[in-house]
Every structure is written in structure tokens, then in C-alpha cells.
Design a protein around this ligand. Structure first.
Ligand code: DP6
Length: 348
């Protein structure tokens, strides 16, 4: 009998960045990372599992002939579902193949997915997308797994940050090389500390260099070792700040990390430039806001858009100022959220 499940999983914003990998394909990071799970920026994914008539679970090996197994991958939109672009469908089928093999499931899948925010623009759409896909597929297979296991499975999609999106609140993902330890751990719940993320979208096109390629390339930066040496201190500060809800302690480290990610990207061989003129305008505006007494800190993932982290009391001022910038196309108001959930509003 066919079964169906829909998961809603949020994006997350990293305070300490996963950047550089032991194993890019399995999403095993070089260093531990810490993030805040968001609330409104979500991916919604419905998975149907249909028994295969031939009863076979065997499928093409990972990475090969990913369109040979009959899975149907759709993008849900206002005018209904349409086939997903091939590069996107291929990554999803790869992950479905992985799950099918792991659980020896003689099924084909139908998938429909959508985001509440621009995909591929450094707003962690892979994190929310692969977390939602993993949760929905596992449930459609009738399995009930622990969160640690779900986090590992989401990470094996190749989107390491997806491992963090299976939990709400403030989350830490250890680094490798020991793959078995690399699953998300909670640092604090969403209800423990209300922080906001005001996202200044300066570009909504997909980025030119994927995070995967970024992980491969940044280790060539002469500053990469320097970054790794600084991380234990930053991690200790961020953990401490979250435990004590100390925004004054947290903010400067978050901003340093956002800049560092791009510093090692720009100095990689060959270099990667994600920043646009609008990125610099937003960074400057956030520094100005602080001079005016509005405590807010910026950070960026692998893209040009800027996440401005602040407390609820400062959110309106931050939104107002960022919204006035000519380079800002859209301001998205988000904040810490409780993590993924299942839904009965199916996309299929
Ligand atoms: C730069 O391997 O998770 O966002 O699959 O594109 O989400 P995607 O990439 P992933 O690496 C992204 C890492 C980062 C920083 C971070 O989120 O820690």
C-alpha cells in the first residue's frame, strides 16, 4: 500500500560556520558549527512511497544514473506541481536512493517540495529542503527514528547544515572526521531565548558557486588554518553566550564568523566572491545602527544576502533601516523557531 507524509522543516542561520569538509559528499564538516533554527523560512516536502511492482529495492549506485529509478520530483507552485529542474531532481533522487538502500525499501517515491523563501541564494534552502525531504521520506517508509539518526541521514544528503535543521532552537553540530559523532545536539530551546533574524535580500538568484564547491575550495586559502585555530575560542564564547543569553557576548563573534567565511572564500584558489555591492551597503548600515545604539550584528552564509541578528526590541528599527536601502530587494523577518513538524496539508 502507498503511504504519504509531509514535513515542514526550517532553514537555519549559522553563528559558527561549517566551512570546509572532511567528506563533502557525506556532509562531514572540518569543524563544529552552531546555528539558530529559523521559524518562517521553511521548506515543505510531501513524499509518497509506492511499492515497486517487481519488489526490488536495488537501484543505481549513488551518483550514477540518478534518473533511472522512476522517482518523480516535482516543484510545488501557485499554479500546481511541475517537474523539478534536472540538477535539482538529481540531488533529491540521490538522497532517496540512499534511504531506499539503507532501509532495503522496495518502493518508488513521488516528491513535491516548495520553499517559503528564495532558493539557492545563501538562505540555507538545502538545509531546510533536505531536512524536510529526509523527515517526510522516513515517515512515508513507516519508520520511526530517533532525532540523532534523522540528523545523520539529513547530513548524508551532502548538505551538512541540514543535520542542524532537524532540531529547533540553538543547535551544535560537531566536526569530523569521525562520522558517527556528527549529528545535531541542542544547546538551548527556541523558548529559551527570543532572537530575531532580519534578512536583507540583495539578490535572489542562485549563487554562482555551490556550498559544496566552497567546502572543497576554501581549505586552499592560506588563512584557512588561521581560521581553524581561532574557532575553539569562538565556539566557547558562542556556547557560553547562548547558555547565559548574553547578546553582547554573542554578537561580535557572529559578525566575525560571517566575515571570516568570506575571507577564506575570497582567498581560496581559485577565489570565490559571493559579496555584491549591496552586501557591503548592508554591513555598513549595521555598523551605523550600532553606533546609534541599536545593537544588531550581521552574518552571511555562502551567498550575498545578510542576516542581521538582533533582539525583539530592536527588530522594527533594523527592518525600517534595511528596508530603506536601495540595494535591498526584500526584507524577511524571521527568528528562532521550534524546529520541524509534520503537516496534513499535503502537496500531492
Ligand atoms: C556556508 O554543505 O550545508 O551555510 O547544502 O548549500 O546548505 P548547502 O551547504 P552545506 O554548507 C553550507 C554551510 C554554510 C555555513 C553553515 O551553515 O554552517
Amino acid at each position: 500500500m502507498s503511504s504519504r507524509a509531509t514535513a515542514v522543516a526550517p532553514a537555519n542561520i549559522a553563528f559558527i560556520k561549517y566551512w570546509g569538509a572532511h567528506d563533502v559528499e557525506r556532509g562531514v564538516p572540518m569543524n563544529p558549527s552552531v546555528s539558530m533554527t529559523l521559524s518562517r523560512c521553511v521548506s515543505i516536502c510531501t513524499v509518497e512511497a509506492h511499492p515497486r511492482e517487481d519488489g526490488r529495492s536495488g537501484v543505481a549506485p549513488h551518483g550514477e544514473d540518478c534518473d533511472g529509478v522512476g522517482d518523480e520530483i516535482l516543484l510545488a507552485g501557485p499554479d500546481g506541481n511541475r517537474p523539478a529542474p534536472e540538477f535539482f531532481a538529481c540531488r533529491i533522487r540521490d538522497h532517496l536512493d540512499r534511504l531506499r538502500k539503507l532501509f532495503d525499501a522496495a518502493v518508488t517515491f513521488r516528491v513535491a517540495t516548495k520553499n517559503s523563501f528564495p532558493a539557492g541564494a545563501g538562505l540555507a534552502s538545502s538545509a531546510s529542503g533536505f531536512a524536510a525531504l529526509t523527515l517526510a521520506a522516513v515517515r512515508a517508509l513507516g519508520l520511526d527514528l530517533a532525532t540523532d539518526e534523522l540528523s545523520v541521514l539529513a547530513r548524508r544528503s551532502g548538505s551538512g547544515s541540514a543535520a542542524r535543521s532537524v532540531l529547533g532552537g540553538f543547535v551544535e553540530l560537531p566536526g569530523g572526521p569521525d562520522e558517527g559523532d556528527v549529528y545535531a545536539r541542542p544547546l538551548a530551546g527556541a523558548a529559551d531565548w527570543d532572537l530575531r533574524d532580519v534578512i536583507a535580500v540583495v539578490a535572489s538568484e542562485p549563487k554562482s558557486v555551490s556550498s559544496r564547491e566552497g567546502h572543497r575550495r576554501v581549505v586552499s586559502s592560506p588563512y584557512y588554518r588561521e581560521r581553524l585555530a581561532l574557532l575553539p575560542g569562538r565556539l566557547a564564547t558562542v556556547r557560553d553566550a547562548i547558555e547565559r543569553r548574553d547578546f553582547h557576548l554573542l554578537g561580535p563573534v557572529v559578525e566575525e564568523e560571517g566575515i571570516d567565511l568570506h575571507l577564506v572564500a575570497m582567498s581560496a584558489i581559485p577565489p570565490i566572491f559571493y559579496w555584491l555591492p549591496g552586501t557591503l551597503q548592508v554591513l555598513e548600515t549595521v555598523r551605523m545602527l550600532r553606533l546609534e545604539g541599536i545593537e544588531a550584528y550581521s552574518t552571511m552564509d555562502a551567498g550575498p544576502n545578510v542576516h542581521v541578528i538582533c533582539r525583539p526590541s530592536e527588530e522594527a528599527s533594523v527592518v525600517d533601516r534595511l528596508g530603506q536601502l536601495e540595494s535591498v530587494r526584500e526584507v524577511i523577518c524571521d527568528g528562532v523557531g521550534p524546529g520541524p513538524r509534520f503537516s496534513e496539508d499535503h502537496l500531492l
